[in-house]
Each structure stands twice: as C-alpha cells, then as structure tokens.
Design a protein around this ligand. Sequence first.
Ligand SMILES: [Mg+2]
Length: 430
Amino acid sequence: MKSKSSLNKAMALIDANNFYASCEQSINPHLRNKAVVILSNNDGCIIARSPEARALKIKMGMPYFKVKERLNRLGVAVLSSNYSLYGDMSKRLMNLLKDYSEEIEIYSIDEAFVSIIRPKDKNLNPWARKVRCLIYQNLGITLTIGIGENKVRAKIANKLAKNIDYSAGIFDLVRINDESDYLRKISVEKIWGIGKQTSNWLQRKGVKNAQELRDMDEDEIMKKLGIIGKRLQLELRGNKCLPIETIKKPKKQIQVSRSFGKPITKLEDLTQALAIYAINASAKMRSQNLKSSTITVFARTSHYSNEAYQKSAYKKLTNATDNTSTILKIVVELSKEIYNPEHKLSKAGVLMQDLTNSKYLQQSIINYESQEDKNKSVSLMKTIDSLNKKFNNKAITWAITKKTQAWAMNRNSLSPVSTTNIKKIPTVIS
Ligand SMILES: [Mg+2]
C-alpha cells in the first residue's frame, strides 16, 4: 500500500537527450537534423551522438581514427568536445528547472532530480509538458522526464520514457495500473545503484529485472548487500529512503589532468603542462573557497605503450594555500621528480588534496604567515580571478604558459562558444 503523502509529493528525474550533440545542434543551425558526433579530449573517441548518428549505427566509444573514413563517407559532422559550451548550457538548463520545481539536486551536467507537489488531480503530465516546451524554446534541447515517488523509481521511469514510443518523453510510474509489466522491462544491471558485482550475484539468483528485485526476499538482500541494498529495494517498493541533496557536498580533491596531443619527452614541456594545470586547479579551488595542503603531480606513458611508466610525487604543506605562485613553485620542483627522459609521457596531471574551507583555516605555529602577507596574497589572487572573469579566461596568467605548447591537446574541430564569448556570436550578413 502506498502512503498518502507519497502520492502528493513526487520525484522527477529530468535528463537532457544527447546533451553534447544537442548543445552543438542548438548553436549551429546547419547541424540540426544532421548526424553529429562529439569526440573526447584530444579527439580520441566518440563520446556523444545525435539521434541521426545513432540511426546510422555509429557506436559510442569508437576510436576516431578507426571510423574517420566511414564518418566522412556518411557525411557525419565531427566535433571536438567543447566543455565551456556544455557547462554554460547546463547552467542555463538548471536555472530554468529551478523555477519549475520545489527542490532540485543537480546530479550531473545534464541530469537533475527535482521534487514537485502533485496537483489535486494527481496528474503531473501538464507540468512535465510545460517544462519540456520551456527548455526546448529557450535552449533547443529535448528532455526526458521520469516521475516516481523517489529517486530509484524516478530513474526507472526515465528509462521507460526513453524506451516507450508513445511516452512522448514523459513517464509517470505512479499513475499506471500494472507497474509489474513495466518493471520487468528494466533489467537489474540497468537499475540505479546496482553495480556489476551485485548484478552478477542477482542474475545467479535468477533475479533478472526490477520487478523480481522488488519482490525478492528482503532478508536475503540485507544479508548480502546490507543497508544500501535494503534501501534500494524499499525505494523500488515505493518508499522514500534517499533524500534529495540540494547542497553540494564539499569536494575531497581537485584534479586537473589531460592527455597530450603528442607524447612529451622534454622536462621543459612536462613542467609547462603541469604549470598550466596547476594554474587552473588553483583558480578552481579559489572559486570554491578551498585551500590545499597536499599537492601531487603525476605523469604516465600511454596505456598502449610497451614500456609502461607511471610516477607521482607530492608535497605536504604546513599552511594550506590557494595562491597560484606558491603552488607553481612546488609543482615546478615536483615535475623534476617524476620526469624520466627514457619514457614518452602521454598524460600528466595535478591533484589538490587535503582541502579545507578558506574560512576555517588553522594557522600553523611553525610556519607563521603574517596577516599582512596573507592579505596581500588574497587581494592579488582576487584581482587576477576577477580580471579573468571579466575579460574571458586567461587575460592574466603566468609567463610559463606563454611559450609554445607543442604538446597541447588536439581539438581540431572545436565549435565556437557563442553562449559565453561575445566575439563568437554569429553575424548575419545582409
Ligand atoms: Mg542525457
């Protein structure tokens, strides 16, 4: 029996369809209704496809060099991933969704859980249709909306909305008569929160779909999967166990890492790459009021290389910092420790760990920083961040980044970011 309150408050999982490809199609009218694929960093493999590209049976994860010719032949538009565009579109999407929900939890770049009160007639379809229209009108992106009593069932409803032709992108699991038929369509490995191992165990037990997991013996689940499994089953049965998380959990670490366009063999190049990542990571920390007291750098050869090499080095600080100059000095020193002239390095990165909120920092007695020094550092970084925000990123940066970056990532087919850069707005020629 479902309780009355669960019928009044609903949970929806709102998901943007083919998000990266949709963003590209939205800013470039030539790409609409065309087959579009997006490549991963460094133009490595296919990470997103428009429905038209799916229809051509182009697979996800395919290395670009292997399918380049075929894509050419089929006239598929190929684009490098443009994360500033996707990030900006995501922000716009979430801001619009906020106005149409009680609470919102941004779950990923293109997914959000929202809670919503059911109207008197219990029918949320008009609401869902309105949200879909609003987002399509404003951003040119199509949504899928799954509605249930809780997160697990909202996720399932979203899957059903995608797979059932007549759903028109909306599926409300609460308002159907025999849900068992629908739950049987969802295989266990597709259920949110079920990992590979759990799925294998369930399959061995003969539990193959969401309906069978819902009806499985609860003690058996508790014994094998503990409280997490039990909660999942309770949610499948319509109880609400997993709350909506409106406040972002503080980050445990900040990592900036990239694959190189060409392998690196010179120390100078490695140091420059790590310095650029450190500048980005420091700015990221400041934007979240965080400081780090453990700084790690790492580098490795390609996974396909015969001589595998991987090394990392770190430094612990007595005073946590977010000051780019301080961090750069450390990163430059650490890069010497991980460098090895005998290996062609294909990827490197920096990690900021032991993060603490800048407001509640403990002052070290051994390495005491005067208030004046601290104020100077804070105002310098603030000035740099605000100038970079105003004049588009990297207006102010460190000299080390200015030399030629022979190793930089391949992004040969990058779209212009017309939503974040005024210079990139398309012009109309009359
Ligand atoms: Mg999506």
